[in-house]
Design a protein around this ligand. Sequence first.
Ligand code: GLY
Length: 325
Amino acid sequence: MLQAYPEVIILADENTSHHCLPILQPILKNIKETIIISSGEENKTIQACEKVFEKMMAVNATRHTLLLNVGGGMLCDLGGFCASIYKRGIEYINIPTSLLCMVDAAFGGKTAVNFLQTKNMIGTFYEPKTVYYNTDFLNTLPLRHLHNGFVEMLKHGLIAYADYFEDLCGIDMHGIDLTDTKHLLKYIQTSIDIKQQIVGEDPHEQGLRKILNAGHTIGHALEATQKNMYHGEAVAWGLLAEAKLSNELGILPKDQLEIIEAFIWNHYIASKPENIDYNMMLEKIKNDKKNSSKYISFSLLQQIGACGYDIEVELDLEVLERILK
Ligand code: GLY
């Protein structure tokens, strides 16, 4: 894979350099430099990109240098962004090390950093040359991280493939065993296929790709305003809140809402949002780049396995409070 590139720069963070680079050692070739950045969403900034560029320039990285991103969503988003603008664009490969990144951020070419407290405000569409994923990395992760990524898989079933959602829910709604990473592989591949098919039809999110944002309008606002809530946990409660909204608007049937509700309560109760600041959430939602000032544009489930997009809703505090109960 890397032999084709005369020189490769690895971008990793404090965790992946320690836990994942040793696993990758046999396939690492032509490495010119390893750049290590601080982990954590708070470091997904323009300033972190400047440091990456400084280090790339210090080793005279050219337009033919490959950037190899080894990390989770934060690192792949930031590394992809750096690759997209360094010398007007160099090639990059993502090696996702978290379940969340394997089934979502590593694929599809969305790159970004956060800016002025707004998530993914500055970014580009710029596809990686390829994505290499290895479920061995998942063995290094705590269960909470696996549940974090699992939400995006549930989302793929909910928006596009009812049978897949049913498979993920498992017998008696117990959910599949996330610690059996070999068994997880086929589900990861299904999620990637669903995402790739949607992205293939609409790479720049002019239409259909917006269904991948289901649960994220409420989810991003929860993530930004709740302490210690992971992205996937916020999206889980966002999916449920938006499913309730869809049902209130007469789009999603009640029996389908009840299935989603039962699963989220069973599996994500430990991360149920507390002391919600509805005012701040509404402010965040209104500032979100996807919305015009008066109406909020949602991607809402029509049934399990089908999702609409560009559904304009006048969201006020009362509605927000009700759907997050
Ligand atoms: N994470 C949603 C997308 O890639 O469109």
